[in-house]
Design a protein around this ligand. Structure first.
Ligand SMILES: Nc1nc2c(ncn2[C@@H]2O[C@H](COP(=O)(O)OP(=O)(O)OP(=O)(O)O)[C@@H](O)[C@H]2O)c(=O)[nH]1
Ligand SMILES: [Mg+2]
Ligand SMILES: [Zn+2]
Length: 227
């Protein structure tokens, strides 16, 4: 844990000055749900890597490799370079998360345009307008893509959605009902596993959102509106 001084706030993000340079931070846990001026410029705050811990807990059991990177600190850049070497990769994610900044950090010669974070929406401003293939100095290439506005689902059978969550798989044949949708059914082993902390309970929340989405027939007007 390091200490820092809050320099300012943009939406839910705070700029914090530390010995290692300026970093961005968010409030943790319950604090973040309170929309007040609990933390203001000039405050001395403790910084921990809570966001990283949360992501590790969510995605590691699902079989994804989580790599922490920061352009400002800087951190994880050598590891990212190693990961990208010799293969074709795509950088994807919401606008403003720092995809282009990461590539500039790996190869400062690229001079890709990077954007500001909109104070009003607390998101990026869709700075990268079109996909761009970037050859890597060593070997391989990576595609910088425009930030996603939303991710749609198409052609996913609701009955097969649970299989798309790798950490659910070992529980699927333990549900009381063969055709359990893992929503509100009694004797659902997936829900029980989430309650017991076998994986991050948020993943079941994601599953339910996606289940609703893929259950709406594609010809319905609700679906076209993206709901
Ligand atoms: N503190 C901090 N800020 C970063 C980091 N990486 C990027 N930023 C800032 O985040 C903002 C957005 O960065 P971009 O690289 O344009 O983000 P992007 O994901 O390419 O956004 P789009 O092209 O709109 O999809 C810029 O103001 C960057 O300075 C980082 O590692 N640490
Ligand atoms: Mg970009
Ligand atoms: Zn179930």
């Amino acid at each position: 844990m390091t200490a820092g001084v809050v320099l300012g706030r943009t939406g839910s993000t705070y700029r914090v000055h530390t010995d290692a340079g300026e970093v961005t931070a968010v409030l943790r846990g319950k604090l973040k749900h309170r929309d007040d001026d609990r933390v203001v410029a000039g405050d001395v705050v403790d910084l921990d890597r809570q966001a990283l811990q949360g992501l590790l807990a969510r995605y590691t059991p699902a079989g994804y490799q989580v790599l922490a990177t920061s352009v400002r600190m800087p951190e994880g850049l050598a590891a990212l370079r190693d990961l990208l070497r010799g293969r074709a990769s795509v950088l994807a994610g919401q606008s403003g998360v720092g995809k282009s900044s990461l590539l500039n950090a790996l190869d400062p010669g690229l001079k890709l345009r990077i954007g500001e974070i909109s104070a009003k929406w607390d998101t990026g401003k869709h700075t990268t307008r079109a996909a761009l293939v970037v050859p890597l100095a060593g070997d391989g290439y990576v595609v910088d893509t425009p930030g996603l506005r939303e991710v749609g689902t198409w052609g996913i059978d609701p009955e097969l959605l649970a299989v798309c969550f790798p950490e659910f798989r070992r529980f699927l044949d333990q549900c009381r009902f063969d055709n359990c949708r893992h929503l509100a059914e009694p004797g659902c082993a997936v829900r029980q596993a989430a309650e017991q902390g076998a994986f991050d309970a948020d993943r079941l929340v994601s599953y339910r959102h996606l289940y609703e989405e893929v259950s709406v027939p594609s010809w319905s007007s609700d679906r076209r509106r993206g709901r």
